[in-house]
Design a protein around this ligand. Structure first.
Ligand SMILES: Cc1cc2nc3c(=O)[nH]c(=O)nc-3n(C[C@H](O)[C@H](O)[C@H](O)COP(=O)(O)OP(=O)(O)OC[C@H]3O[C@@H](n4cnc5c(N)ncnc54)[C@H](O)[C@@H]3O)c2cc1C
Ligand code: SF4
Length: 409
């Protein structure tokens, strides 16, 4: 059956299938899956609840530990996290924890469960810069503790890469809206179209608040020098943003060359195919066994018939959309002609107007608190991996650090 960009790529579980999957769990005493979840979502506990048909209890476990539980359920590279620890792997295959979590959070939404109970306002104010996973989680955690939180977001809608990066077939914006609305119901305000450093200064936010959390992500695509000012070239994050904002209604050329082998590249090639691009070629620097993309993402690109060429580096361009490549190890050259070239070779921070210290495109700091200031950091610019679940983890950590700071500890 042909798949579409606007439809979820992977079907959710039915009540029977979720019980079957949960029944495969060995109920390990040391719960390695829970130890391997960066956000502490506690899969061992919620799977146990599902086995006892207590879906409400399972939803409570997910939600009190993870403000973005429905999103993580869909996008976590589980093979690197919770499922890596699963003892069932040694017998046949790991439990599909992400899909069980998705069933639970879909149940939570369908039954309109409200699990969170925020404490009364404590008179303290926090500004959060950026509404991606790190900012949203910090906001939710602090609002639950009685802080008055305002998120400042430069874009017209909240969510960061959740809304504008991860494609609709993997993460629908209806799910993103659901998660953000739940956080707004805690009393969190979101000031949209407001770029901190340009429309409002960081100094003013510091003066007006008890703490400021910065989670501005790495939202600028990197360009390789040989492609600068080339009109046939687009950056993957900009292209994906355009596609998601226009619900897939964009002009698709016949022949597209994508350069890069991470998740962003796989999202780009699969999106192109789902939107009907006949010829998509992805050239990747790494060899197949070194790919950085998650298994799921690589699999969907392959299922869609993308031509993937591994081990080649771009070395030059020629007129008419031609890119020349050389193999990293063997003496071999390639020339590929395309109507559109999309670069997915990494992202970096754009701290315009914020005055943050930057080194090789990354913010430099120690820990999550900038010395002698009220400023804290979360998300991709904080220490750790650049994934949604790490955004949740750093958001939780920063909320704890802010609470300690405000209490003078
Ligand atoms: C295409 C793509 C696919 C991905 N797929 C996955 C995946 O499958 N699984 C996974 O776990 N991770 C994935 N990621 C990574 C994940 O999305 C990021 O790690 C995560 O979103 C980072 O969260 P963050 O809080 O740092 O903020 P971001 O999501 O980067 O959002 C930062 C927000 O800050 C705003 N902002 C920036 N500067 C300012 C300013 N000065 N003032 C106000 N607002 C500002 C931006 O507009 C943005 O809304 C993907 C990323 C991309 C690009
Ligand atoms: S949040 Fe992600 S890593 Fe953690 S248990 Fe859920 S799916 Fe696994």
């Amino acid at each position: 059956m042909s798949k579409k960009y606007q439809e979820e790529y992977e079907a959710g579980y039915s009540p029977r299938l979720v019980m079957e999957e949960a029944s495969r769990c060995l109920l390990c005493l040391d719960a390695p899956c829970s130890q391997h979840c960066p956000a502490g979502t506690d899969p061992a506990k919620f799977i146990r609840s599902v086995r006892f048909k207590n879906i409400k209890g399972a939803a409570e476990t997910v939600r009190i530990n993870n403000a973005l539980g429905a999103i993580c359920a869909r996008v976590c590279p589980t093979e690197r996290y919770c499922q890596e620890g699963c003892s069932r792997s040694g017998i046949d295959k790991p439990i599909d924890i992400g899909r069980i979590q998705r069933y639970i959070t879909d149940f939570e939404a369908a039954t309109k469960m409200e699990i969170w109970e925020p404490k009364p306002l404590n008179g303290k104010k926090v500004a959060v810069v950026g509404s991606g996973p790190g900012g949203l989680t910090a906001a939710a955690e602090l609002a639950l503790e009685g802080f008055k939180v305002t998120i400042y977001e430069k874009d017209a809608q909240a969510g960061g890469y959740l809304r504008y990066g991860i494609p609709e077939y993997r993460l629908s914006n209806s799910v993103v809206d659901r998660e953000i609305n739940r956080i707004v119901r805690l009393g969190v305000d979101i000031a949209l179209n407001t770029r901190v450093g340009v429309d409002v200064s960081l100094e003013d936010l510091e003066k007006e608040n008890d703490a400021v959390v910065i989670s501005i992500g790495s939202c600028k695509g990197k360009v390789l020098p040989m492609f600068e000012n080339n009109r046939k070239v687009k950056l993957a994050v900009d292209w994906l943003k355009q596609v998601k904002s226009r619900k897939g209604k964009v002009k698709i050329p016949e022949n597209v060359l994508v350069i890069g082998g991470g998740d962003v590249a796989m999202d780009t090639v699969t999106t192109l195919k789902l939107l009907g691009c006949p010829h998509v070629t992805d050239v990747v620097y790494e060899q197949f066994n070194e790919f950085r993309a998650s298994e799921k993402e690589l699999k969907s690109a392959q299922e869609q018939g993308v031509t993937i060429i591994d081990g080649y580096i771009p070395v030059g361009t020629a007129r008419g959309g031609i890119v020349k490549f050389k193999h990293r190890i063997i003496p071999s050259e390639l020339k590929i002609k395309a109507d559109l070239i999309i670069l997915a070779v990494g992202q970096c921070v754009d701290p315009t107007g914020l005055g943050l210290e930057i080194n090789r495109g990354e913010v430099t700091f120690e820990g999550n608190h900038l010395k002698n200031s009220k400023i804290f950091v979360a998300g991709d610019i904080a220490h750790g991996e650049k994934t949604v679940v790490w955004g949740v983890r750093t958001g939780k950590e920063v909320a704890y650090a802010v609470r300690q700071f405000v209490r003078g500890k």
